[in-house]
Design a protein around this ligand. Sequence first.
Ligand code: SF4
Length: 410
Amino acid sequence: MGFCDFIVEFTAKKRNFQFPLWDSRPHEFPLRFLFTPLKGSLIYLIRNLLKCFTASDKPILQNSKLSYPKIKKKLLNKKENITVLFVDRLDLDRNFALLREEMEARGGISEDLRGWSWIKNSRVKPLSEFKLSVSEVTHRYCPTYRDIYLKRIAKVNAPPSIKTIRGIAYHEVFHEASLKIKQFIYNNKIISGGDLLSEFLPKLEEFSERIVSFSENRTFKLKQFEHDMLKRECYILYRYLIIQAASKIDAVLSKYRFINQESLVNEVLPSISEKKVDGSLVGFSKELSVDIYTPFNAIADIKTGDIRNFHRHILAAYALAIESSERIAVDFGMIIYVKTDLERQVPYFKIDYFIIGDELRIEALEFRDKSFEILTVAKDPGKPLQCPDYCPYFLYCNPQLAAMKALEYG
Ligand code: SF4
């Protein structure tokens, strides 16, 4: 075996596939090496070595049971693991596929319970002229609806707590980060994920401080340690969103060579943050704000506190409002629970996916009708046997109990 033959055979073995030359022209190979002049052999060898090192996937995949076109098709059809900043796209697709199947098995959503049925004599049609916010109707802490009476008739507002401030601050982080990322993409012709990081990471301290102060201005001034803690939480959440967006920008740019800014924004942030909705046709306020509106016939609400039974009803009310004003079906809901881990310095998300089905819609409409009844009668409905201590009116309705608890917990 000559040196050239050795190199060719060694390289072929090393790559673990049949050398392309032997595949296509087995009879030619020895003849070429015997009769081609030395210069020709060298060029031939170099060319084949180059082929060998720059070979495409095709020969490597030749042992697969699938043919190459099938493998290629399979690879192309594989869904990408691109996240919608904090929700994994694969998770979304999988969960919505399951919900869609379940919805079909249930026979879909009754036409009479769609928001657009307000025009007919259906359950959806409000029997009163009152317009209430979705939170007033669906935040059902109080079984007797005394909260509605206190707020609307007695004009007593629930005292805000640190949980309220945290809720405002986190929502502001989501909203502002989404807006700033979009603005940055539109304002800069050529950007990369790295550019986004360089632009925003040094400013996050300042952004977080401003967001906490803004939340305090709408509620009350926090103690210094609470202020610092909330600022740290906002910083971690903001940083996480910016890093996720930067990574997604690079993934999208690397996939699409000729993408424009509009398409890049749609790929990086496909959902609408804080969509404005007119809910007045179904008895809700004219200017509702839905946290996230996605192109999956789904809406989402961001929650920063504990899980409550009525959280799904909030989205049922928003679904009715969107369907009534825009005639777009909203079939699915997501409650995104966010907490920030100060030790690990990352936020974590727990997502509740569900169908906004008939039962939820009926219950949300019952909440609405009962709230209207309280406003029509305009009398204090009294307290329930036991008030949940997480009710925002707990201090107001139970001053002695609240004082005892304060003593108990120091
Ligand atoms: S504290 Fe009790 S009575 Fe007052 S609103 Fe809350 S649940 Fe109702």
